[in-house]
Design a protein around this ligand. Structure first.
Ligand SMILES: O=C(O)CCC(=O)C(=O)O
Length: 455
C-alpha cells in the first residue's frame, strides 16, 4: 500500500504537480499532484517518477498557539496543523515563487484509479478524505451542539421512537438542532476541507464532464441511530427507494421538492429550465447531471446500517419501480433481489451517480452504535441547487461571519467554498459573501472568489 501525500502551496493553497518534467501548481488534484516520500528529504512524483528535494521549515505550533487553536475550533484542532517543507535547489518558473508547501495525507490510490472505477461501475470509495484528527475535531464540534440542544434532541428521539422503522427516519440531523444563523461551515475549517478536497473535486468534475460544480445544499452531520425500537414499533414499513437530485425520485414522484406543494412545483419548473436548454430529455436519465458524495465519519458496515444500493442501476432507463417501495425491503428477496450494502471506513467518502437506486436502512443498524456521515449532493453549476428546500443560503451567511475559519483555510479552499457553497440562484459566488470574506482576511489581502487567483 502506498503512502501518498499532497503538497499544498502555503500562500495559494494550490497543489504542487509535475507535468512532463515541469513543476507547476494546480487547483485540482490529478495523478500529477500525488507524491510519496523516498527518504526524509526527498519526494517522488507518483505519476512521473520525478524526485524533488525538500527541507522542513517552520516548527510545530507552541503550546500557547495550540491552546488558542483548540479554543477557536474545538478539541483536536491543534493536531491539524500540517508539517511544512521548502523545495530545495533550482525550481521551475511554473511555481510563481511558491516554495513552501504543507503536507497532507492523500487518498490511498491515484485519482485516475477512482475515476476509472466510477466510469466502470457508477460508484467509488475515496479513502483518507478526513484524517483521524479531522474526524475527532468534527465529532467534538457536533457533540458540543448536541450537548447544548440535548432537550430538543431528546424530543426528536422520543417522537421517532413512537414510529416503526422507516427509511430516512431514526436520523438525528445535527443541523436541525442548530440555531438560526449557525453554520457547519463556520464551526471548524475541517468541514470545508472535507467538502472541497482537491482529489474528490477532480474526480467529480471529470465524471460530470464540466469544470464548474456546486453543492445542492449545505451538508451537515447526519446520525443514524442504532436500531433499538421497542417490540411494538420494531416492524419495517415499505419504501425509501429513490434516486438523488436532480433526477426523478422514483416512478411516482419526479420532484425532490414534492413536499413543498405549489412552491415545490414552481421550484421544479426552475430546475427544469436550468437543465432543459442543454439536455432537453434530462428526465430520461441519459445524461450525467448529479453525484451523491457521502463522507463516513464512523465506519459504514452492513451491521451499522450502511446504505443499501442496487449497484449499476444508474444505467437503468427508469427510476425505482413501484414494486420496490410496495413491500418492506429484504435484501435478496423479490423486488430487492439485487440489493447490496458497501462497507467503507471512517474518513472515506463514497461517490455515486445520483441515478443509482438506494435507500437508508435504519432497521439494519444492529451495531448498538450511531452511524455518522456528511451526506451531500453535487451537480454542475448550471443545474439549479436545492436552495428552496435546504439551508444553503443561511449557511453561506453564517460562513461569511466566521472570520477565524476564513483565516485557517487556504486561498484555493476559500475560492471553492465561495463558488460551490456560497453561490446565488444562477450558480455565481454571491458578491456580499465574497466581500465579507475578503474584508475579514488578516494580512496580505487575498483574491477570493475569483478564478483569476489561480495562476
Ligand atoms: O443514509 C443513507 O444511508 C442514505 C442516504 C441517502 O439516501 C442519500 O444520501 O440520498
Amino acid at each position: 500500500m502506498h503512502s501518498y501525500i499532497l503538497l499544498t502551496g502555503e500562500t495559494t493553497g494550490l497543489l504542487l504537480c509535475d507535468e512532463a518534467g515541469t513543476l507547476g501548481l494546480r487547483p485540482r488534484c490529478d495523478d500529477s499532484c500525488v507524491w510519496e516520500w523516498t527518504s526524509e528529504s526527498s519526494l517522488r512524483n507518483a505519476s512521473t517518477g520525478r524526485e524533488v528535494e525538500v527541507e522542513p521549515t517552520g516548527g510545530p505550533p507552541s503550546q500557547d498557539e495550540m491552546t488558542a487553536i483548540d479554543a477557536a475550533f474545538g478539541e483536536g484542532a491543534s493536531q491539524l496543523v500540517p508539517r511544512k517543507f521548502r523545495l530545495a535547489g533550482d525550481t521551475d518558473k511554473g511555481l510563481h515563487g511558491q516554495l513552501v508547501f504543507s503536507e497532507r495525507a492523500a487518498p490511498a490510490r491515484l485519482p485516475s484509479v477512482y475515476l476509472a472505477e466510477l466510469e466502470a461501475q457508477g460508484w467509488t470509495v475515496i479513502e483518507n478524505l478526513l484524517s483521524p484528527a479531522m474526524l475527532t475535531n468534527l465529532v467534538a464540534n457536533a457533540n458540543k451542539l448536541r450537548d447544548k440542544h440535548a432537550e430538543k434532541e431528546a424530543r426528536m428521539r422520543a417522537d421517532q421512537d413512537l414510529r416503526p422503522y422507516q427509511s430516512n427516519d431514526n436520523i438525528i440531523r445535527v443541523r436541525s438542532l442548530m440555531e438560526e444563523g449557525d453554520s457547519f461551515l463556520g464551526m471548524t475549517p475541517v468541514v470545508s476541507q472535507a467538502l472541497v478536497h482537491p482529489v474528490s473535486l477532480w474526480v467529480l468534475e471529470s465524471y460530470l464532464g464540466v469544470d464548474s460544480i456546486h453543492y445542492c445544499s449545505c451538508p451537515g452531520v447526519s446520525i443514524l441511530r442504532p436500531a433499538e425500537k421497542s417490540e411494538e414499533n420494531s416492524h419495517l414499513v415499505p419504501g425509501g427507494w429513490h434516486c438523488d437530485y436532480p433526477y426523478p425520485v422514483n416512478s411516482e414522484i419526479d420532484a425532490h421538492t414534492y413536499m413543498l406543494g405549489k412552491l415545490g412545483e414552481e421550484e421544479f419548473e426552475k430546475l427544469d429550465a436550468s437543465i432543459r436548454p442543454r439536455f432537453p430529455n434530462w428526465k430520461q436519465r441519459k445524461d450525467r447531471l448529479g453525484m451523491q458524495f457521502n463522507i463516513a465519519i464512523t465506519d459504514f458496515t452492513p451491521e451499522r446500517g450502511s446504505t443499501q444500493f442496487v449497484l449499476g442501476s444508474h444505467e437503468f432507463d427508469t427510476p425505482p419501480p413501484p414494486e420496490m417501495n410496495a413491500v418492506p425491503t429484504v435484501a435478496g428477496v423479490g423486488p430487492h433481489q439485487d440489493v447490496v450494502q458497501v462497507s467503507y471506513s471512517a474518513g472515506s467518502g463514497i461517490l455515486y451517480d445520483s441515478r443509482t437506486y438506494h435507500r437508508s436502512p435504519p432497521e439494519l443498524n444492529v451495531s448498538g452504535e450511531e452511524r455518522w456521515a456528511m451526506l451531500s449532493c453535487i451537480v454542475p453549476s448550471f443545474v439549479r441547487d436545492m436552495r428552496v428546500r435546504d439551508d444553503k443560503v443561511l449557511s453561506a451567511e453564517g460562513f461569511a461571519r466566521a472570520t477565524n475559519v476564513h483565516a485557517a483555510l487556504t486561498e484555493r479552499e476559500l475560492n471553492d467554498v465561495l463558488k460551490m457553497l456560497c453561490d446565488d440562484e444562477s450558480g455565481v459566488p454571491r458578491q456580499d459573501i465574497k466581500a465579507a470574506v475578503a474584508a475579514a482576511l488578516p494580512g496580505t489581502p487575498r483574491q477570493v472568489g475569483s478564478d483569476d487567483s489561480y495562476p
